[in-house]
Ligand binder design. Structure first.
Ligand SMILES: C=C(O[C@@H]1C=C(C(=O)O)C=C[C@H]1O)C(=O)O
Length: 291
């Protein structure tokens, strides 16, 4: 066995010193988050998903050198998840569809290794767990472009209630997409719900559900939104229910329920009968932003 050179030993001692510093800072950060939790004065966890997004964007903006940005995100998600769990009960309800662990993996990656996850059999159960306060957040798989034509109302229609403390969509996962798994289908996505309003991050999307008459094409819907000054980013789902169609649409920017552009959409002659803001969240990182 070759003896490591003295130079190598010295470099390792330097790494030990750096590890001590990182660890000391982690313990200091923990103590500050404890002060923040005390100042919030609420035993329930009050998540700030917008602030969390800002923290990561700021770090990636200042990032330099070969350490991978995706690994920076992963480390900070782990830190923020762990510290959120110290602020109060933080159960994450997850719709674990069939045998797929995709939503559980997304939840684990986002909320970290210590978050208690609770797998539930339907999205409706996840919405109820969050509404009842049994879970602080819920994670529900999302397949963009889903078309449901059956009688069963999709889960997202239950978010259309006006009540201020009803669950809302607060994040879209993955916040930072990891490289595609070779040989697997589309990368899984999910929406996160919690009982809180849109926590603005400065670069956001708003989720709205529009009720229209039947046979409204996607292009027509996009045109209607654009004409009202709202920029549709993605049509996430449609529920066709007889003469009543519901569309879940992601709109660029932070649009509040009081926005005049929404009210203007619901004109008697227009095909939009109702519109409800069901959430809003920080725009996830584009894959290019992570290389
Ligand atoms: C510390 C806070 O609570 C949570 C934890 C955060 C963190 O660890 O930095 C950031 C936002 C919150 O979701 C806060 O509100 O600032």
């Amino acid at each position: 066995m070759t003896q490591d050179s003295a130079a190598l030993e010295q470099l390792r001692r330097e790494i030990d010193r750096i590890d001590d510093q990182l660890h000391d800072l982690l313990m200091r950060r923990t103590s500050l988050v404890g002060d923040i939790a005390a100042a919030k004065g609420d035993r329930r966890v009050t998540l700030r998903p917008g602030r969390e997004a800002q923290i990561l964007r700021r770090l990636l903006d200042r990032h330099a050198g070969p350490f991978p940005k995706l690994a920076v995100v992963r480390i900070w998600r782990e830190i923020v998840g762990a510290l959120t769990g110290l602020q109060g009960p933080f159960t994450v309800a997850v719709h674990a569809a069939g045998r797929s662990t995709a939503a559980i993996d997304l939840a684990r990656n986002h909320f970290g290794v210590v978050a208690p996850l609770h797998a539930l059999r339907s999205p409706g159960q996840v919405v109820r767990a969050v509404a009842d306060g049994e879970a602080a957040v819920g994670v529900i798989p999302l397949t963009p472009g889903t078309e449901a034509a059956d009688d069963a109302e999709p889960w997202w229609t239950s978010l259309m209630l006006e009540s201020g403390d009803a669950p809302r969509v607060v994040a879209r996962l993955p916040f930072a997409p990891t490289p595609a798994v070779k040989g697997s289908a589309e990368p899984p996505q999910a929406l996160v719900i919690a009982c809180r309003d849109h926590d603005c991050s400065g670069d956001d999307r708003t989720l709205a559900v529009l009720e229209t008459g039947p046979d409204l094409s996607r292009d027509r819907l996009r045109a209607i939104l654009s004409a009202a000054g709202l920029e549709p980013a993605e049509l996430l789902a449609i529920h066709r229910h007889g003469a009543q169609w519901l569309h879940m649409v992601e709109i660029l920017g932070h649009v509040t329920a009081a926005d005049a552009r929404l009210a203007a959409l619901v004109a008697p002659k227009d095909p939009v009968g109702r519109i409800a803001v069901v959430g809003g969240y920080a725009t996830p990182f584009a894959p290019e932003a992570l290389v």
